[in-house]
Design a protein around this ligand. Structure first.
Ligand SMILES: Cc1cc2nc3c(=O)[nH]c(=O)nc-3n(C[C@H](O)[C@H](O)[C@H](O)COP(=O)(O)O)c2cc1C
Length: 215
Protein backbone atom coordinates (compact mmCIF):
# COMPACT_ATOMS: atom_id res chain seq x y z
CA UNK A 1 0.00 0.00 0.00
CA UNK A 2 1.33 3.47 -0.81
CA UNK A 3 1.86 5.82 2.09
CA UNK A 4 0.43 9.30 2.30
CA UNK A 5 0.92 12.33 4.50
CA UNK A 6 -1.60 11.65 7.26
CA UNK A 7 -3.29 13.87 9.79
CA UNK A 8 -5.72 13.03 12.57
CA UNK A 9 -9.25 13.21 11.30
CA UNK A 10 -10.86 14.98 14.28
CA UNK A 11 -12.53 18.11 13.03
CA UNK A 12 -11.26 17.76 9.47
CA UNK A 13 -14.12 17.46 6.98
CA UNK A 14 -12.35 17.12 3.65
CA UNK A 15 -12.03 13.42 2.71
CA UNK A 16 -8.70 14.23 1.11
CA UNK A 17 -7.23 15.26 4.44
CA UNK A 18 -8.64 12.51 6.63
CA UNK A 19 -6.27 9.98 8.11
CA UNK A 20 -6.77 6.89 5.97
CA UNK A 21 -4.35 4.84 8.04
CA UNK A 22 -1.73 4.68 5.32
CA UNK A 23 -4.15 4.35 2.40
CA UNK A 24 -4.18 6.87 -0.42
CA UNK A 25 -7.61 8.19 -1.38
CA UNK A 26 -7.32 6.19 -4.64
CA UNK A 27 -6.77 3.01 -2.60
CA UNK A 28 -9.68 3.93 -0.39
CA UNK A 29 -11.88 4.33 -3.48
CA UNK A 30 -10.65 0.95 -4.74
CA UNK A 31 -11.56 -0.66 -1.42
CA UNK A 32 -15.08 0.73 -1.64
CA UNK A 33 -15.47 -0.46 -5.24
CA UNK A 34 -14.14 -3.88 -4.24
CA UNK A 35 -16.60 -4.18 -1.37
CA UNK A 36 -19.65 -3.08 -3.33
CA UNK A 37 -18.87 -5.12 -6.46
CA UNK A 38 -18.33 -8.49 -4.71
CA UNK A 39 -21.04 -10.96 -5.57
CA UNK A 40 -21.82 -14.56 -4.74
CA UNK A 41 -20.85 -16.65 -7.79
CA UNK A 42 -22.54 -20.05 -7.90
CA UNK A 43 -19.94 -22.84 -7.43
CA UNK A 44 -21.18 -24.25 -10.77
CA UNK A 45 -19.66 -21.18 -12.39
CA UNK A 46 -16.30 -21.40 -10.59
CA UNK A 47 -13.76 -23.20 -12.76
CA UNK A 48 -9.99 -23.76 -12.98
CA UNK A 49 -7.63 -22.16 -12.32
CA UNK A 50 -8.18 -21.55 -8.64
CA UNK A 51 -5.83 -19.54 -6.42
CA UNK A 52 -2.26 -20.89 -6.44
CA UNK A 53 -0.53 -21.64 -3.10
CA UNK A 54 0.87 -18.12 -2.79
CA UNK A 55 -2.54 -16.59 -3.51
CA UNK A 56 -4.12 -18.93 -1.00
CA UNK A 57 -1.77 -17.62 1.69
CA UNK A 58 -2.99 -14.12 0.82
CA UNK A 59 -6.55 -15.29 1.47
CA UNK A 60 -5.60 -16.68 4.88
CA UNK A 61 -3.68 -13.51 5.80
CA UNK A 62 -6.80 -11.53 4.94
CA UNK A 63 -8.80 -13.77 7.30
CA UNK A 64 -6.20 -13.22 10.03
CA UNK A 65 -6.83 -9.45 9.82
CA UNK A 66 -10.45 -9.81 10.99
CA UNK A 67 -11.56 -8.03 14.18
CA UNK A 68 -11.10 -10.54 16.97
CA UNK A 69 -12.21 -9.67 20.54
CA UNK A 70 -9.87 -11.43 22.94
CA UNK A 71 -7.60 -12.45 20.03
CA UNK A 72 -9.01 -15.96 20.17
CA UNK A 73 -8.91 -16.78 16.44
CA UNK A 74 -12.38 -18.37 16.76
CA UNK A 75 -12.28 -19.85 13.25
CA UNK A 76 -10.45 -22.49 11.32
CA UNK A 77 -10.68 -23.52 7.68
CA UNK A 78 -10.43 -27.07 6.40
CA UNK A 79 -9.48 -27.32 2.72
CA UNK A 80 -10.99 -30.21 0.77
CA UNK A 81 -8.29 -31.18 -1.77
CA UNK A 82 -9.18 -33.00 -5.00
CA UNK A 83 -8.33 -36.43 -3.58
CA UNK A 84 -10.80 -35.94 -0.68
CA UNK A 85 -13.74 -34.68 -2.74
CA UNK A 86 -15.14 -38.20 -3.05
CA UNK A 87 -15.18 -38.57 0.76
CA UNK A 88 -17.16 -35.31 0.96
CA UNK A 89 -19.47 -36.49 -1.84
CA UNK A 90 -20.23 -39.69 0.11
CA UNK A 91 -20.91 -37.65 3.25
CA UNK A 92 -23.33 -35.37 1.38
CA UNK A 93 -25.11 -38.41 -0.07
CA UNK A 94 -25.36 -40.26 3.26
CA UNK A 95 -26.48 -37.09 5.09
CA UNK A 96 -29.29 -36.74 2.54
CA UNK A 97 -30.33 -40.39 2.97
CA UNK A 98 -30.32 -39.93 6.77
CA UNK A 99 -32.72 -36.98 6.36
CA UNK A 100 -34.79 -38.55 3.62
CA UNK A 101 -34.51 -42.33 3.28
CA UNK A 102 -36.76 -42.08 0.21
CA UNK A 103 -34.42 -39.72 -1.69
CA UNK A 104 -34.27 -40.54 -5.41
CA UNK A 105 -31.07 -41.57 -7.19
CA UNK A 106 -31.12 -38.20 -8.97
CA UNK A 107 -31.31 -36.36 -5.65
CA UNK A 108 -28.48 -38.43 -4.23
CA UNK A 109 -26.35 -37.79 -7.33
CA UNK A 110 -27.10 -34.05 -7.11
CA UNK A 111 -25.96 -34.07 -3.47
CA UNK A 112 -22.74 -35.89 -4.40
CA UNK A 113 -22.02 -33.57 -7.31
CA UNK A 114 -21.83 -30.54 -4.99
CA UNK A 115 -18.55 -31.85 -3.57
CA UNK A 116 -16.79 -31.53 -6.92
CA UNK A 117 -17.49 -27.88 -7.72
CA UNK A 118 -15.00 -24.99 -7.41
CA UNK A 119 -11.20 -25.46 -7.59
CA UNK A 120 -10.72 -24.27 -4.01
CA UNK A 121 -13.23 -25.57 -1.50
CA UNK A 122 -12.93 -25.24 2.25
CA UNK A 123 -15.13 -25.66 5.29
CA UNK A 124 -15.47 -22.74 7.71
CA UNK A 125 -15.43 -23.96 11.29
CA UNK A 126 -16.46 -21.65 14.16
CA UNK A 127 -14.89 -22.32 17.55
CA UNK A 128 -17.70 -21.52 19.95
CA UNK A 129 -16.91 -23.65 23.00
CA UNK A 130 -15.51 -22.54 26.37
CA UNK A 131 -12.66 -20.08 25.99
CA UNK A 132 -10.46 -17.74 27.98
CA UNK A 133 -11.07 -14.80 27.98
CA UNK A 134 -14.79 -15.67 27.97
CA UNK A 135 -15.85 -13.78 24.86
CA UNK A 136 -19.55 -14.46 24.06
CA UNK A 137 -20.14 -16.92 21.22
CA UNK A 138 -22.15 -14.26 19.39
CA UNK A 139 -19.12 -11.97 19.27
CA UNK A 140 -16.91 -14.82 18.12
CA UNK A 141 -19.39 -15.53 15.30
CA UNK A 142 -19.01 -11.91 14.19
CA UNK A 143 -15.25 -12.50 13.98
CA UNK A 144 -15.79 -15.65 11.94
CA UNK A 145 -18.06 -13.74 9.54
CA UNK A 146 -15.50 -10.96 9.22
CA UNK A 147 -12.73 -13.47 8.52
CA UNK A 148 -14.89 -15.07 5.82
CA UNK A 149 -15.73 -11.72 4.26
CA UNK A 150 -12.06 -10.71 4.28
CA UNK A 151 -11.29 -13.88 2.32
CA UNK A 152 -14.10 -13.24 -0.18
CA UNK A 153 -12.86 -9.71 -0.73
CA UNK A 154 -9.25 -10.86 -1.01
CA UNK A 155 -10.29 -13.41 -3.65
CA UNK A 156 -12.25 -10.71 -5.47
CA UNK A 157 -9.20 -8.40 -5.39
CA UNK A 158 -7.25 -11.16 -7.19
CA UNK A 159 -10.08 -11.40 -9.80
CA UNK A 160 -11.36 -14.75 -8.54
CA UNK A 161 -15.02 -15.40 -7.97
CA UNK A 162 -16.29 -16.85 -4.72
CA UNK A 163 -19.38 -18.11 -2.99
CA UNK A 164 -20.63 -19.47 0.30
CA UNK A 165 -22.63 -22.66 0.44
CA UNK A 166 -24.32 -24.38 3.34
CA UNK A 167 -27.47 -26.51 3.62
CA UNK A 168 -28.80 -29.16 5.96
CA UNK A 169 -25.75 -31.39 5.58
CA UNK A 170 -23.80 -28.85 7.66
CA UNK A 171 -25.59 -30.09 10.77
CA UNK A 172 -25.14 -33.78 10.02
CA UNK A 173 -23.09 -35.84 12.49
CA UNK A 174 -21.42 -37.31 9.40
CA UNK A 175 -19.97 -33.88 8.58
CA UNK A 176 -18.68 -33.56 12.13
CA UNK A 177 -17.01 -36.94 11.80
CA UNK A 178 -15.47 -36.31 8.38
CA UNK A 179 -14.03 -32.93 9.43
CA UNK A 180 -13.13 -34.15 12.92
CA UNK A 181 -15.01 -31.30 14.61
CA UNK A 182 -14.31 -31.05 18.33
CA UNK A 183 -16.78 -30.18 21.07
CA UNK A 184 -17.75 -26.53 20.74
CA UNK A 185 -16.86 -26.41 17.04
CA UNK A 186 -19.57 -25.82 14.44
CA UNK A 187 -19.49 -26.26 10.67
CA UNK A 188 -20.73 -22.89 9.35
CA UNK A 189 -20.54 -23.05 5.55
CA UNK A 190 -18.19 -23.81 2.69
CA UNK A 191 -16.14 -21.18 0.87
CA UNK A 192 -15.79 -21.81 -2.88
CA UNK A 193 -13.19 -19.93 -4.94
CA UNK A 194 -12.25 -20.13 -8.61
CA UNK A 195 -12.25 -18.43 -11.97
CA UNK A 196 -15.65 -17.09 -12.99
CA UNK A 197 -16.99 -18.81 -16.13
CA UNK A 198 -20.14 -16.73 -16.28
CA UNK A 199 -21.26 -13.76 -14.23
CA UNK A 200 -24.76 -12.59 -13.44
CA UNK A 201 -25.80 -8.97 -13.02
CA UNK A 202 -25.10 -7.97 -9.42
CA UNK A 203 -28.04 -7.64 -7.10
CA UNK A 204 -29.44 -4.31 -5.93
CA UNK A 205 -28.24 -3.78 -2.37
CA UNK A 206 -30.71 -2.71 0.31
CA UNK A 207 -31.03 1.00 0.99
CA UNK A 208 -29.26 2.08 4.18
CA UNK A 209 -32.49 3.75 5.35
CA UNK A 210 -34.05 0.27 5.56
CA UNK A 211 -31.58 -0.86 8.22
CA UNK A 212 -30.23 2.27 9.91
CA UNK A 213 -32.13 4.26 12.52
CA UNK A 214 -31.34 6.69 15.28
CA UNK A 215 -31.86 6.15 18.98
C1 LIG B 1 -23.35 -18.37 5.98
C2 LIG B 1 -23.85 -18.27 4.56
C3 LIG B 1 -24.25 -19.40 3.89
C4 LIG B 1 -24.70 -19.33 2.58
N1 LIG B 1 -25.13 -20.47 1.95
C5 LIG B 1 -25.63 -20.39 0.69
C6 LIG B 1 -26.12 -21.54 0.02
O1 LIG B 1 -26.15 -22.65 0.55
N2 LIG B 1 -26.57 -21.40 -1.24
C7 LIG B 1 -26.56 -20.19 -1.88
O2 LIG B 1 -26.97 -20.11 -3.03
N3 LIG B 1 -26.07 -19.08 -1.28
C8 LIG B 1 -25.60 -19.15 -0.01
N4 LIG B 1 -25.12 -18.02 0.60
C9 LIG B 1 -24.91 -16.81 -0.19
C10 LIG B 1 -26.07 -15.86 -0.19
O3 LIG B 1 -27.18 -16.48 -0.82
C11 LIG B 1 -25.68 -14.58 -0.93
O4 LIG B 1 -24.64 -13.94 -0.23
C12 LIG B 1 -26.87 -13.65 -1.05
O5 LIG B 1 -27.76 -14.14 -2.02
C13 LIG B 1 -26.47 -12.23 -1.46
O6 LIG B 1 -25.81 -12.24 -2.69
P1 LIG B 1 -24.38 -11.56 -2.86
O7 LIG B 1 -23.43 -12.26 -1.92
O8 LIG B 1 -24.05 -11.72 -4.30
O9 LIG B 1 -24.51 -10.11 -2.49
C14 LIG B 1 -24.71 -18.07 1.92
C15 LIG B 1 -24.32 -16.92 2.61
C16 LIG B 1 -23.91 -17.01 3.92
C17 LIG B 1 -23.52 -15.74 4.64
Amino acid sequence: MGSTQTEHSHGIQSPGLRDLGGLSSAESGFAEALITSRQNISPKRLVEPGPNPEEQVRLYRAAAAAPDHGLLVPWRFVIVPPERRSALANTFALALIDRDPGASLEQIEAAREKAYRAPLLMLVVAKLGDCEPAIPALERMVSVGCAVQNMLLSAHSMAYGSSLTSGQAMRSPRMRKLFELKEGEEAVCFINVGTVSKRKVGRVHPEPSSFVSQL
